[in-house]
Design a protein around this ligand. Structure first.
Ligand SMILES: Cc1cc2nc3c(=O)[nH]c(=O)nc-3n(C[C@H](O)[C@H](O)[C@H](O)COP(=O)(O)OP(=O)(O)OC[C@H]3O[C@@H](n4cnc5c(N)ncnc54)[C@H](O)[C@@H]3O)c2cc1C
Length: 287
């Protein structure tokens, strides 16, 4: 591991100043479940690591501000999976948080860390995308709110600017309630790397959003333009056609250790149907 300077600021202003001064050579440390591995294996060699766990604005919290559900950046997967508001209104996100890694990982892994790491396979990304999540970033230029769909670029790369850090993730109340579900497929051997992650959200107005990851350079979200997915009267053929359009952007790599492309594309369709069925059941049950 290359030596680096470790800083643990107590204020947001100090954290931003440290990151801004070091530029792209600095890294934020939250739970460290991704970062520490990359420091150890040398794939990241920052000169400065800024531990943000003492910055009050990033503290773990899940709170309603008006109609918006706000997650403090360092909120852990364990807290998300257990929170009654998340389980009631963002069921897919609660399910996603509950399957990240292991108990030990979930107790440390943060929501902002999962999003900022920008893995195409990040488990929380699909559910956050179907619920229209927004990333709140603070940097030398002030506060920016970035729709999550505009945040991911490709594996490990986001639209965060040098000197910026994420202080929260917001999920605004939708115009009509969205019932969601999360599904994933992992490898059977070795680390349980996700070969497909997927979330489906259906709203009371009949609009279906499907988001998926681990089958391309970044997670994507698509709206079912046909309306067939949410319509109980749709034929099997109409649903299959709607799924084909939604999955048009899936392009799994042939070189991945996670699974072959044919298998992943087949699983995408299976998981899409499962998540849709669960989301429709939840919508009907008012969950
Ligand atoms: C054994 C194991 C199993 C895992 N299983 C899963 C899994 O099943 N599903 C899954 O999705 N992930 C999994 N992960 C990956 C990891 O646990 C998650 O991505 C986790 O959410 C990362 O959060 P963290 O707080 O640990 O991030 P860190 O490791 O602290 O940071 C990750 C990256 O985000 C940046 N960052 C963190 N916080 C901020 C912030 N507030 N502002 C700006 N940048 C920030 C860091 O600089 C770093 O680049 C696993 C990891 C391990 C080691």
């Amino acid at each position: 591991m290359r030596p680096f300077t470790y800083a643990r600021p107590d204020t947001l202003a100090d954290a931003v100043a440290l990151l801004a001064a070091a530029g792209p050579d600095a890294r934020v440390l939250a739970g460290g479940t991704d970062l520490v591995i990359r420091l150890r294996d040398g794939t990241l060699r920052p000169s400065l690591v800024v531990d943000v766990k003492r910055v009050p604005e990033l503290a773990p919290s899940i709170r309603l501000e008006g109609d918006t559900l706000v997650f403090g950046a360092t909120t852990t997967m364990t807290e998300i999976a257990a929170h009654p508001l998340v389980r009631r209104d963002l069921a897919g996100l609660a399910e996603a948080a509950a399957v990240v890694g292991s108990v030990q990982i979930r107790n440390r892994a943060t929501l902002a860390g999962n999003v900022c790491n920008a893995s195409p396979a990040a488990d929380t990304a699909p559910s956050l995308l179907v619920h229209g999540a927004v990333v709140v970033a603070v940097g030398p230029g002030g506060v920016r709110r970035i729709a999550l769909d505009d945040f991911f670029v490709r594996s490990g790369v986001t639209t965060l600017r040098p000197g910026e850090l994420v202080i929260a993730v917001e999920v605004p109340a939708p115009a009509s309630r969205i019932a969601s579900a999360h599904e994933r497929r992992t490898r059977r051997r070795g680390h349980d790397l996700a070969s497909v992650t997927l979330a489906c959200g259906v709203d009371a107005a009949g609009v279906t959003r499907v988001a998926y990851g681990s089958v391309g350079p970044r997670p994507v979200v698509r709206v079912d333009a046909t309306g067939a997915l949410a319509d109980p009267a749709s034929s099997e053929a109409a649903r299959a056609e709607a799924f084909e359009a939604v999955f048009a952007d899936a392009s799994p790599s042939a070189r991945s250790m996670r699974a072959g492309p044919e298998y992943r594309l087949a699983m995408l369709r299976v998981l899409g149907r499962r998540a849709l069925a669960t989301a429709l059941d939840r919508l009907a049950a008012g969950e």
